[in-house]
Design a protein around this ligand. Structure first.
Ligand code: FES
Length: 74
């Protein structure tokens, strides 16, 4: 599904941007190398960020920029 018609990016593109560390609407645009134009997609992107982070475990959500978790020390 298209999220941003002005830049032709989809929900899959937005989720990929979120999974690689985008935490704000601006970061999603930047990750997708897009520039906001009409801005009608901002609320949808903001909602997707909130929903995506809610689905992640607290440990995953705390990792900056999607970096792999550090190995546990035994
Ligand atoms: S729909 Fe995304 S900037 Fe217009």
């Amino acid at each position: 599904m298209y999220v941003c018609l002005c830049n032709a990016f989809t929900d899959r593109d937005v989720n990929r941007a979120i999974d690689t560390g985008a935490h704000t609407v601006g970061q999603v645009y930047k990750t997708l190398q897009a520039v906001p134009q009409c801005g009608k997609c901002k609320d949808m992107i903001r909602e997707m960020i909130t929903d995506r982070h809610a689905l992640q475990s607290p440990a995953e959500a705390a990792r900056p920029f999607g970096l792999p978790a550090e190995p546990a020390i035994a």
